[in-house]
Design a protein around this ligand. Structure first.
Ligand SMILES: CC(=O)[C@@H](O)[C@H](O)COP(=O)(O)O
Ligand SMILES: NCC(=O)COP(=O)(O)O
Length: 256
């Protein structure tokens, strides 16, 4: 995504996948994820994130095409490391590409990509994507071996999977929440020391965003499902503004 004027300003990428989930429940064109992406951009999102799954359960190919045509904000294109997705990414050359693991039977992205177990293949896979100018990131668990493998293969960015932290928060499992936060905290610092740019995402809400936003090494958060749900009640611009307020308050050490 574009450099921020204030160096320490945390970027917010708004994931619009679940606008497409609602559209696809009935087929047809409404609600339109491209319209939601434009609205998010105009409401202050620093970027738009969209995950084109192999089964097209939410975002479909024409959504990506539409966003590439009309968005000024950078697109962070989430995809599995398959030949089909590589060809689509090379056709569109999005600002950023985030490689994520995918299982057709999962309800949502359950874990991080196993970069450590596939480092040679992934190094080869990302080479043309990087040569085409996309900033490639690895969506990984907060795990030292995965951070080191991401660095080794030449990915400039990692996104740490916050799902276990966010779920523990939502379910009141406080010890687990604290343990997950400790892992993210440690790995964000470690990855930053290696020279990686650190992003965090998955499952974050108004409640759980603060401690993650407060981590000084984290440059970007990607948040979708909660914001799209909240938008049903308050509208997308208001939901984004409130998330932004909480991120900024945590970043500056103030009470949210
Ligand atoms: C990789 C990731 O975290 C996302 O793409 C996201 O949460 C929305 O997509 P799913 O809910 O389909 O995983
Ligand atoms: N990569 C995480 C993302 O884009 C948003 O995840 P979620 O907030 O929809 O769970």
């Amino acid at each position: 995504m574009a450099e921020n004027k204030a160096q320490n300003r945390l970027r917010l990428g708004v994931n619009i996948d679940h606008v497409a989930t609602v559209r696809n429940a009935r087929g047809g064109d409404n609600p339109d994820p491209v319209r939601a992406a434009l609205l998010a951009q105009n409401a202050g999102a620093d970027g738009i994130t969209a995950h084109l799954r192999e089964d097209r359960r939410h975002i479909i190919d024409s959504d990506i095409e539409g966003m590439m045509q009309v968005l000024q904000a950078p697109l962070n294109f989430e995809m599995a490391a398959t030949e089909e997705m590589q060809a689509i990414a090379l056709r569109h050359k999005p600002h950023a590409i985030c490689l994520v693991p995918e299982k057709r039977e999962e309800r949502t992205t359950e874990g991080g990509l196993d970069v450590a177990g596939n480092d040679n293949a992934l190094a080869e896979y990302i080479t043309p994507l990087r040569e085409a100018g996309s900033r490639v990131s690895m969506f990984i668990a907060a795990d030292k071996a995965q951070v080191e493998a991401s660095h080794r293969i030449g990915a400039p960015v990692i996104e740490l999977h916050a799902g276990a932290y966010a779920d523990a928060w939502a379910e009141g499992r406080w010890d687990e929440r604290d343990a997950e936060l400790a892992k993210i905290t440690e790995m964000a610092a470690y990855a930053h020391d290696l020279g990686l740019e650190v992003h965090v995402g998955h499952g974050l809400t108004y409640d759980s965003v603060g401690p993650i936003a407060a981590l000084p090494q984290v440059m970007e958060l990607n948040i979708g499902h909660f914001l799209i749900g909240e938008a049903l009640f308050v509208g997308l611009p208001a939901a984004i503004a409130e998330m932004r307020r909480r991120m900024d308050a945590a970043r500056s050490g103030a009470e949210a």
